[in-house]
Design a protein around this ligand. Structure first.
Ligand code: IDC
Length: 521
């Protein structure tokens, strides 16, 4: 019965694809609906472009998107494998999904279904199969037994995979690997994004450091007990600004420029910049954002920071969800950055900004144990900062079950405060965690309400600054932006992208810059 219902749903959905394709807007209505949902609470006028421009794509490249052993033999259920949409950023008509499999001879039947995920799964039926026969009565493909079973996608499949990701389900088959092959057609017309594999990324040479800058003076950082240490082994505190979401469009990413970073170091006396990339929200890395363009902004930011001798936090800005949801994309993205910047001692990795409803033991720690090794293979000593549950407030959770320092090394844990929402009791929690030896990094703080808007509170902010100074707790201010909200450092009427003076700053910006100017860079 279950099977028949699934098939009915698949056929119905397949009909939808055909209709929308005829209307000349493949999956357009679904995409619009999806965007409306994710943008529901925000008012950002994003200028993101999707991967929609043309580009010839002739070099074939194969990526292993999943491997393991998933047994589909259990007679009671169909079993599933999902692959994040970030893997499909350069997919177009003619690209292939290869499933390496073994048929179970004992099963009553053998079948796999190739779906895109959407809000429910929709089987892809328009492309062609090799080593399998499509069952047009019940849906699904019966593998011949030759492996791999390949599905060659249509243009609308490619669009749906890019927007939603892939899901495989089946029965009577064991799957060991799924690979994706792009670039099999010679005249691509619907994708331009670069590959998410690291094979084509070169590791850059170690940059020369500029005398007198924070990095020239303090070098590579490490973590010991609760402390961040500089290369001389002295306690060191990072502080500075966090960008707003770099995926929210040019009005937010325009502050990633060399002159802006010069102002941050030379005039505002900061030693660190945080570069924020949302995976999910607002045209984020896994939300239809142009991955290639987003990576370029991030990489430019790393270069500008390096030129100015600043430390730089690469922030994978998980916001309000379980980081495992975008784990695959985090791994490919962070691997690429870590590979390219393996020799840049000033780069720190923040692997999940604010997980929520994600218990440390069952969600965040397993995520960190998957993601940190991906960074470590290239950047064995870089400091990695791990978010904590409930918008990075449950700082106690990792205390009883920390990441193994011998295996993962140089790891810190995130706490965030917004001064008008988080007061004494939160300061006590941080103080207690630090006193118990937990290395805490405040990768984000606001001088106002946790919403980012309203409630500017200078005295509570000052109390937090005192605590940070007392324990050398690094702290980064949200945000270097002129968005009309209290947390922004720049007046909304100010269009300068560097060289700000006091009159260009908001009351929050002024307070924070005055504080930064009192610290030892
Ligand atoms: C807020 C921005 C706001 C944007 C919103 C999107 O200030 O302009 O519309 O995100 O969800 C956090 C988050 C950070 C939030 C910020 C303020 O890390 O992304 O930014 N905040 O709400 N944690 C606590 C507060």
């Amino acid at each position: 019965m279950k099977r028949i219902l699934r098939n009915a749903a698949a056929l119905f959905a397949a009909g939808t694809i055909v209709l929308s394709a005829l209307a000349g807007c493949t999956s357009g209505s679904e995409e619009a609906e999806n965007t409306a949902q994710t943008n529901g609470s925000g008012d950002d006028s994003s200028t993101n472009s999707n991967n929609g421009t043309s580009g010839a794509n002739s070099a074939s490249s194969t990526t292993e998107a999943w491997s393991g052993w998933r047994d589909f033999n259990d007679s009671s259920s169909w079993v599933n494998i999902t692959i994040d949409k970030s893997y499909f950023s350069s997919f177009e008509a003619g690209c292939k999904i290869d499933v390496h499999l073994t048929k179970a001879s004992s099963a009553s039947y053998n079948k796999l279904k190739f779906n895109y995920q959407g809000s429910s799964w929709t089987e892809m039926t328009g492309g062609s199969y090799t080593n399998g026969t499509y069952d047009s009565t019940y849906g699904g493909v019966e593998p011949s037994g030759e492996t791999p079973l390949s599905y060659t996608v249509t243009a609308s499949d490619a669009t749906n995979l890019k927007n939603y990701g892939f899901a495989l389900n089946g029965y009577g088959v064991s799957v060991s690997k799924i690979t994706l092959t792009t670039g099999t057609s010679s005249s691509g017309s619907s994708s331009s994004s670069s590959s998410t594999t690291t094979s084509d990324v070169e590791t850059k040479a170690e940059p020369t450091s500029v005398t007198g800058t924070p990095y020239a003076n303090h070098g590579k950082l490490s973590v010991s007990g609760a402390n961040l240490l500089d290369e001389k082994g002295e306690k060191y505190m990072l502080y500075g600004f966090s960008t707003h979401g770099l995926n929210f469009g040019d009005e937010f990413s325009r502050y990633v420029n060399e002159d802006a970073f010069a102002t941050l170091v030379d005039d505002f006396n900061t030693n660190c910049i945080r570069l924020v990339l949302y995976p999910k929200d607002y045209g984020g890395y896994c939300d239809g954002g142009d991955q290639s363009a987003l990576k370029t902004i991030m990489k430019n930011g790393i270069e500008y920071a390096t030129k100015k001798g600043m430390y730089v936090l690469v922030d994978w800005h998980v916001h309000n969800y379980n980081p495992q949801e975008t784990q695959d994309a985090a791994k490919t993205f962070l691997a690429e950055i870590a590979k390219e910047y393996a020799n840049y001692g000033n780069v720190l990795y923040e692997i999940c900004n604010e997980p929520t409803n994600s218990p440390w033991n069952s969600a965040i720690k397993p995520y960190a144990e998957e993601v940190i090794p991906v960074i470590r293979q290239y950047a064995p000593d870089a400091v990695v900062i791990v978010g904590t549950n409930t918008w990075s407030q449950d700082i106690e959770e990792p205390l009883s079950n920390p990441l193994d320092t011998a295996t993962y090394g140089n790891v810190m844990y995130t706490f965030h405060f917004y001064a008008n929402s988080h007061t004494d009791s939160y300061r006590s929690r941080v103080e207690s965690a630090v006193n118990k030896g937990l290395p805490v990094f405040i990768t984000e703080f606001g001088t106002c309400d946790a919403s980012g808007n309203g409630g500017f509170n200078s005295s509570e902010s000052e109390s937090w600054f005192s605590l940070c100074e007392k324990y050398n707790i690094s702290h980064m201010n949200w945000s270097l932006s002129n968005k009309g909200e209290t947390a922004s450092a720049i007046q909304s009427s100010c269009s300068k992208t560097s060289g700000w003076t006091s009159s260009d700053l908001t009351e929050s910006g002024k307070l924070v810059v005055e504080h930064f100017k009192t610290l030892a860079r």
